[in-house]
Design a protein around this ligand. Structure first.
Ligand code: HEM
Ligand SMILES: [Cu+2]
Length: 604
């Protein structure tokens, strides 16, 4: 019950982690099924229709239901701690963010049991995604359209909340140029969410109107425009890639500097590179449309703009290398993932520049070369980054250390499996194997490489299983992690107990420089100077409303999808009822008095 009503950012972080982790397993299972289907030519493990569903749900699940929430898991668990805050700016809204994401995710997956999952690819291109192309699977794409709208509300309010938090809740002395890099990337990611997600919502609403109410936004025979969908989707879709990768950049920056025992090299250039990448992310969407026929001028401009992103990204890569350079490096599991990330991500970047060359893209487009490229970026970038961050902050989130031996097994299986799976796909693509195909003919030269790729996918699965074993076995151990378990913590989260108490900081710390905790350590102190006297701490009350509100959206979505307007309206009434209740009831929260604080004394 506690977990259903919580508004505590740390618990919400854990909820995001559990559900994102669960969907990661679902998406992983779908990937394994795809790879089994492709392990040999003319295979019949699944039918062509099922393949399309698996492929669509794999991509959609991984992006929206696994990667995004796991980023929110780390942001929730860590950002308030890093800036010396007691919670996010709007804890109640934070809970709404989680529950609406969860309702949307469950709704999407309900489709498996009600006659067919979405099957038009994670990009849901029209006209394939319109009503006219349903085949036997009448509601498949409806689930995509409605599920993502509901989940998108969660992401959007989450992002806005983090903007407000980072702008307003920083401890005294924590100026913007003293923010830890992970918080910086969380900030820019949130800004990208604010600008990108409304575009997706607009596209989805239009598609929903086309599908459910026979509107003509994308219906060419009635004056609609199919290319319009591609523009709208990628104006959202390209920034989305940076929403995913920037937090991983933040994690790598923290981990590399902690385990090199050095200040991050080129802090301010890192900040500006992050901001610049965030800006350029919006300028390049049409590189997904080179073959659509936009013409040479548009193609050239988007080509150049895309290649420009390599500059700030290169700055980051070199700064990480210079941070490692001459450091006293410890290869903990977290650091192994971070160090493995660097060359892997560079490879994804290099193929990205190759794809950015418009004429070359005519060759690569819709081949496995693209599949290899984006998996190098998303799996080799984001997922390695997430693993790094999880191993690094696990003690802070749960009060328990993960086992290093199991951690290293996780790393090696996942890392080698990853390269085995996706490296060969570059060559499959260059040899002409198209992406999104259910099977391929014998004798085209694709057989061996596909076999290798499938073996690699199983190794990644094994790596993930080692991680699960690590979680389960560590959960049986006592919560005895030290405040600063890596002993070289540099930022504020390491100054408080592991796991953090509900109120985070008994006294708000006074920040006197970049790497606030490290600075105090270097001056011979082992704690922060408090910025306020010990006093009662104001806390928000828990509430069940966010959960009920999202159940309302879930019911409403299903109702409209199946044309039961009454059910749809009841669902929406539940949602608005919750909002109404919340605005009428005056809730002042409660206070924790100084003598109830577990860690009394001057320990900020
Ligand atoms: C366990 C590791 C993974 C394996 C073995 C795997 C495998 C695959 C395969 C075989 C495809 C189909 C390619 C095609 O036919 O076009 C695919 C598509 C895709 N994957 Fe993965 N994948 C994995 C992890 C991920 C992750 C972690 C993400 C994102 C966070 C992701 C995102 C996508 C996307 C967006 C697509 C495109 C779907 C579409 O074309 O509609 N994958 N993956
Ligand atoms: Cu792009």
């Amino acid at each position: 019950m506690d977990w259903l009503t919580t508004v505590d950012h740390k618990k919400i972080g854990i909820l995001y982690l559990i559900s994102g982790g669960f969907f990661f397993l679902v998406g992983g299972l779908e990937a394994i099924m795809i790879r089994i289907q492709l392990w040999q030519p003319e295979n019949h493990f699944v039918s062509a229709d099922t393949y399309n569903e698996l492929l669509t749900m794999h991509g959609t699940t991984m992006i929206f239901l696994a990667a995004m929430p796991m980023i929110f898991a780390l942001m929730n668990a860590i950002v308030p701690l890093q800036i010396g805050a007691r919670d996010v700016a709007f804890p109640f809204v934070n809970a709404i963010g989680f529950w609406t994401f969860f309702a949307g995710g469950v709704l999407l997956n309900v489709s498996w049991f009600t006659g067919g999952a979405p099957d038009a690819g994670w990009t849901s291109y029209v006209p394939l995604a319109t009503d006219a192309f349903n085949g036997g699977n009448v509601h498949g794409v409806d689930y995509y359209v409605v599920g993502l709208q509901i989940a998108g509300i969660g992401t959007l309010v989450g992002g806005i909340n983090f903007l407000a938090t980072i702008i307003n809740m920083r401890a005294p002395g924590m100026s913007f140029m003293r923010l830890p890099l992970f918080t910086w990337t969380a900030f820019i990611t949130s800004a990208l969410i604010l600008f990108a997600f409304p575009a997706l919502t607009v596209g989805l609403v239009a598609l929903m109107f086309d599908r459910l109410f026979h509107a003509n936004f994308f219906e060419v025979s009635n004056g609609g425009n199919a290319v319009l969908w591609e523009h709208i989707f990628w104006i959202f879709g390209h920034p989305e890639v940076y929403i995913l990768i920037l937090p991983a950049f933040g994690v790598i920056s923290e981990v590399v500097s902690t385990f090199s025992r050095k200040r991050l090299f080129g802090y301010s250039s890192m900040v500006f590179a992050t901001v610049l990448i965030g800006f350029l992310a919006f300028m390049v969407w049409a590189h997904h449309m080179f073959t659509t026929g936009l013409g040479p001028v548009a193609n050239s401009l988007f080509s150049i703009a895309t290649m420009l992103i390599a500059v700030p990204t290169g700055i980051k890569i070199f700064n990480w290398l210079f941070t490692l350079w001459g450091g006293s490096i410890r290869f903990t599991t977290a650091n192994l993932f971070a160090v493995g990330f660097i060359p892997t991500f560079v490879m994804g970047g290099v193929t990205g520049v190759m794809l950015a060359s418009a004429p070359a893209d005519y060759q690569y487009h819709d081949t496995y070369f693209v599949v290899a490229h984006f998996h190098y970026v998303i799996v080799g970038g984001l997922i390695l980054g997430l693993f790094s961050g999880l191993h690094y902050w696990w003690p802070k989130m749960f009060g328990r250390m993960l086992n290093e031996t199991l951690g290293k097994l996780t790393f090696w299986f996942f890392f080698l499996g990853f390269h085995l799976t996706f490296f060969v796909q570059h060559f499959l693509g260059l040899m002409g194997m198209p992406r999104r195909v259910w099977t391929y003919l014998d004798g085209l030269g694709f057989d061996d490489l596909n076999m290798i790729s499938t073996v690699g996918a199983f190794l990644m699965g094994l790596g993930t299983i080692f991680f699960l074993i690590n979680i389960v076995t560590s959960a049986a151990k006592p919560r005895d992690a030290a405040d600063d378990p890596w002993e070289d913590g540099r930022t504020l989260e390491w100054t408080i107990p592991s796991p953090a108490p509900e109120y985070n900081f008994a006294q708000t710390p006074l920040v006197r420089g970049y790497d606030a905790y490290w600075k105090e350590k270097m001056e011979g102190k082992n704690a922060m100077t408090p910025a306020e006297p010990l006093g009662p701490i104001h806390m928000p009350s828990p509430s069940i409303l966010p959960l009920i509100l999202s159940i309302g959206l879930f019911i409403g979505g299903l109702g409209f999808m199946y044309h039961h307007t009454i059910v749809g309206i009841i669902g929406l009434l539940i949602t608005f009822g919750c909002l109404f209740t919340r605005s009428l009831i005056d809730d002042h929260g409660f206070h924790i008095e100084p003598d109830e604080l577990h860690d009394k004394g001057v320990k900020a």
